[in-house]
Design a protein around this ligand. Structure first.
Ligand SMILES: *Cc1c(COP(=O)(O)O)cnc(C)c1O
Length: 444
């Protein structure tokens, strides 16, 4: 029997009338953010109380709906750890950074991150419905004095208009779904006016923190801007409630494909069997697991970090063991702006010039014979090779495979290996004889 998808409400909210509970405005205005308020719902431990009473801590806010998913008697509850701060948050660690993904360096205009050739990340607000303690953008998120900025938005639109290689715009923040619907609609309208923008994506945890915000009206509005995709952010099976399931149903019925991005967090979801339950439960509500992220090297997240090997172990426990649809990509977002790098177990064990040796999830080792006849793909007669190549300078490793580029050198490589340039004796023209078949001479 699959685990039931249920609805929960903390005891102190038992008397709140349903029409208030199900009204997102009520949820937003009744968010909890101090030790006193939170203590009325769950008894706090010392470390939590200390963190909540520390000045300057990354903003705390929790919706009544989301806090209700916590088991008040369990100090290690996996939902609790995501949104109630611990004193450990104040600890620094080796390699900790403020902007670990170097997003600020990749910003051509404020709030726009152009890291990859064909897509941009657009930060449209600094506000969220609740605040994840391990937030990768805690440096900018949560500041109540800053929200959607019209002037910055105009600069972003201007950049996008002038940058035709951008075909995919990813709205994030903060959480785009906390914007007033009129503002969001205006924003989407303006993006849709730009012909070269093919798809728009939204990254939002609103369906998880406040599923009542995903009204039919909101879905109807979003449905006008297709092709529109949405990624939600669920980390633990306990977050998959009846309310979330219904919100996802409204979104998918509006034609919006749903994905999930989760973060691998110590003490929250660092268990392969829990992850299998999570991804299976997600597919039941028609959400396709997209990425599982290694925790970023960001301030406040030190106590959430796991070894990278944990992610490999999780993928090993998913691939083959459950539906391929349910298996996310495990991603390390490389510090310093290296971008997203997928990691996975090795399935290719060895190879020769005519066969490869591979293993499956069961440890079954087998061979795959390579074809003996392969008519090499001819780029000269291929329309896509002629017209759809990456821009020079952005082709990366694929450019080395199919282009003229022979190497990628680390910075300073040439200087380091320039050791004076004394001519090698074999380059002495008088001693130089060509070698090889047909030269008619031996190579002595
Ligand atoms: C994650 C991210 C994207 C989107 O990456 P996909 O792999 O296409 O989902 C785009 N821009 C930036 C800066 C990102 O961090």
């Amino acid at each position: 029997m699959p685990t039931p998808i249920i609805s929960k409400r903390a005891a102190i909210y038992a008397d709140v009338p349903d029409e208030k509970w199900n009204d997102w405005r009520w949820q937003l205005s009744h968010r909890l953010n101090s030790a006193e308020e939170i203590e009325k719902v769950i008894p706090l431990i010392d470390s939590e109380r200390k963190a909540l009473q520390t000045q300057g801590i990354f903003r705390v806010d929790v919706t009544p709906y989301f806090i209700s998913l916590i088991d008040p008697d369990d100090p290690n509850d996996p939902v609790r750890k995501q949104i109630i701060p611990l004193a450990e948050e104040l600890n620094s660690f080796t390699a900790m950074m403020e902007d670990s993904l170097a997003e600020d360096r990749h910003s051509p205009v404020p709030g726009l991150v152009h890291r990859y050739p064909d897509r941009v990340l657009m930060l449209v607000t600094t506000q969220c419905a609740s605040y994840c303690r391990y937030c990768t953008r805690s440096r900018i998120v949560g500041d109540p004095g800053q929200t959607f900025n019209k002037q910055e938005f105009e600069m972003q639109i201007e950049y996008l208009k002038r940058t035709p290689q951008v075909r995919d715009v990813l709205l994030s923040g903060g959480d785009p779904l906390v914007l007033a619907p009129k503002v969001l609609e205006e924003l989407l309208t303006r993006l849709r006016e730009i012909q070269h923008i093919e798809i728009v994506r939204i990254g939002s945890r609103v369906p998880v923190f406040m599923p009542m915000r995903v009204t039919q009206e909101l879905c109807d509005m979003l449905g006008k801007f297709h092709p529109l995709w949405l990624n939600i952010h669920v980390n633990h099976p306990n977050e998959i409630s009846l309310e979330l399931a219904q919100a996802c149903d409204r979104l998918t019925r509006a034609g919006i494909p749903l994905g999930n991005q989760s973060v691998l967090l110590a003490g929250v979801n660092d268990c392969a069997h829990l992850q299998r339950e999570l991804v299976q439960k997600l597919t039941r509500i028609r959400v396709r697991p997209y990425y599982l992220y290694q925790c970023d090297l960001v301030e406040g997240a030190g106590h959430f970090r796991t070894p990278v090997a944990k992610g490999i172990e999780i993928i090993e426990a998913l691939r083959g063991h459950t539906s391929g649809y349910a298996v996310p990509q495990f991603i390390v977002d490389a510090p310093g702006g290296g971008g997203k790098i997928p990691l996975m177990p090795n399935y290719l064990l060895s190879m020769s010039d005519h066969k490869i040796i591979v293993r499956n999830y069961e440890g079954y080792v087998t061979t795959y014979e390579e074809p003996t006849e392969y008519k090499v793909h001819d780029p000269k007669t291929c329309k896509f090779c002629q017209e759809k190549r990456p821009e020079p300078g952005q082709a990366g490793i694929t450019g080395m495979l199919d282009g003229d580029q022979m190497f990628i050198k680390p910075e300073g490589f040439d200087e380091l290996h320039d050791r004076g340039g004394i001519q090698h004796r074999l380059k002495d023209e008088s001693k130089w004889k060509p070698l090889g078949i047909g030269s008619g001479e031996s190579a002595d």
